[in-house]
Design a protein around this ligand. Structure first.
Ligand SMILES: Cc1cc2nc3c(=O)[nH]c(=O)nc-3n(C[C@H](O)[C@H](O)[C@H](O)COP(=O)(O)OP(=O)(O)OC[C@H]3O[C@@H](n4cnc5c(N)ncnc54)[C@H](O)[C@@H]3O)c2cc1C
Length: 424
């Protein structure tokens, strides 16, 4: 496949203007004791509480939201969200409800009970549809339950050469709808919350930096790296890079998020039936004339979409640890990318991506490499020449402290483009 060059903008002016201070948009709160330290994560095999595996439903052309006629039924597809299905669920669900709106019937069937099916069902209910969900598996046994799950709307979503203007327009509407919805849910006991994410880099460039290229799962959409982050200078942070960036990101805890969606769906009169459909013919037995297909990777077998490919993911969870409420994204010293995300059900170590692997068996080696990377990262932070990580409870640099003193909840949310580079 022809690789295209991605031009990433890392605007020195934008970054430079925020040196040593968080974006003025962030809400400032008085410092608490926790603001003085960034505790180190304890990494050891005996801290592992579980490893989960899921298959991201990758579709090179991006998610498919489109209506088609099938005998007497109208089927509206909504599948193929790659590593971004939780993030985009409300948005593509809204697109489905808009396509459904002109239909004369208000009886809708939703096939699938992952994040996409549940959010679609809620969006249909909001438009006055009487909805029934039919699914082979329900939470907690869906792929959606296996997600990391940050707000990562472009992660493994679309392959740059396959993007079309029509897809981009749908994506734009979906991502803005979802982002707005997620912000409204944040902090309301719905499994959505803001968390500060740190990453590190050796170079901040004033010029446009040429990326070596895109792999087949990258979108080529500008990640907008110059938006929002605070830059911590050398000596102001304990991370293994010359500079560290900190920024507010959104975390969506699948078990809570999906559970609440299901509760709401039932509260508004929704019904749930366990059904497994082998072919589109099977759908003809449903009473509802309108069907939303939210079967994720299942659309490959059910609707013959052979472009659907799994990207196997795996999360290794460490036991929750008091004080660990920051997220890390970056390369471990010595190499290897890593994401660390604290959740109420454990601290997730992520970013395993095995394209074309259909197996749901945990990859033992990936457990070991994640632990190794996390361990090397924490050791590097502890031994950092700045001394800032040496004693977990020691005061950080003034800039680091200033960053930590801020509530992760931004008073003015950053532009949605600032999430476009987030992996999941
Ligand atoms: C390790 C990992 C990390 C991830 N991290 C993130 C992240 O940080 N952020 C993010 O946004 N996304 C993330 N994702 C991706 C996200 O999990 C998916 O995009 C999302 O789960 C897709 O949701 P879905 O509802 O389309 O599919 P699913 O959750 O798979 O739900 C599909 C539903 O359809 C049903 N179904 C399928 N076929 C049939 C059939 N023939 N008959 C009846 N029912 C059927 C299933 O039983 C299920 O109920 C991650 C995924 C993994 C694996």
């Amino acid at each position: 496949m022809k690789r295209r060059t991605l031009i990433k903008t890392v605007g020195a002016a934008a970054l430079g203007s925020s040196l040593g201070a968080c974006s003025p948009a962030w809400r400032r709160l008085p410092a608490g004791p926790a603001a003085w330290s960034l505790p180190l994560l304890r990494v050891a095999p005996d801290r592992v509480i579980r490893t989960t595996v899921g298959l991201r439903p990758f579709r090179p052309a991006g998610f498919r939201v489109a209506a088609e006629r099938l005998d007497e039924k109208t089927v509206i597809h909504n599948y193929g969200h790659g590593g971004a299905g939780i993030s985009l669920s409300w948005g593509t669900g809204r697109l489905v409800s808009e396509l459904a709106e002109p239909h004369p019937s208000r009886q809708a069937a939703v096939i699938g009970a992952g994040a996409v099916g549940l959010a679609t069902a809620r969006q249909l209910q909001r438009r006055g549809f009487d909805a029934t969900i039919y699914a082979r598996a329900l939470p907690p046994d869906t792929t959606s339950n296996m997600a990391y799950a940050g707000f990562s709307p472009l992660s493994n979503l679309v392959s740059a050469p396959e993007r079309t203007p029509a897809f981009d327009a749908q994506f734009d509407r979906a991502v803005r709808t979802s982002y707005e919805q997620m912000q409204r849910l944040a902090g309301a006991g719905r499994g959505v919350s803001w968390v500060t994410t740190y990453t590190w880099t050796n170079r901040l460039s004033g010029r446009r930096v040429e990326d070596p290229g895109l792999d087949e799962t990258e979108s080529g959409l500008d990640p907008g790296l110059d938006v929002g982050p605070t830059v911590l200078q050398p000596g102001e942070h304990p991370f293994p890079g010359t500079y560290a960036l900190c920024r507010p990101t959104l975390r969506i805890e699948p078990s809570i998020f999906l559970g609440r969606l299901m509760e709401e769906f039932l509260l508004f009169g929704g019904r749930v039936r366990i059904r497994d459909f082998a072919t589109p013919r099977d759908l003809m037995s449903l009473d509802e004339p309108l069907i939303a297909n939210c079967t994720g990777l299942g659309s490959r077998a059910l609707f013959g979409d052979e472009t659907m490919t799994p990207i196997k993911g795996q999360l290794t969870f460490l036991a929750p640890q008091s004080g660990i409420d920051y997220s890390l994204e970056g390369s471990a010293p010595g190499g290897g990318r890593l994401g660390i995300l604290p959740r109420s059900d454990g601290i997730a170590l992520g970013h395993v991506m095995e394209r074309g692997d259909w197996s749901l068996e945990p990859i033992e080696e990936a457990i070991a490499t994640r632990l190794d990377r996390a361990g090397r990262l924490m050791a590097a932070m502890a031994d950092h020449p700045s001394g800032l990580g040496r004693v977990a409870a020691a005061p950080q640099s003034p800039a680091m402290r200033a960053a930590l003193e801020r509530d992760p909840v931004p008073a003015t949310p950053p532009p949605v483009e600032s999430f476009f580079d987030i992996q999941s």
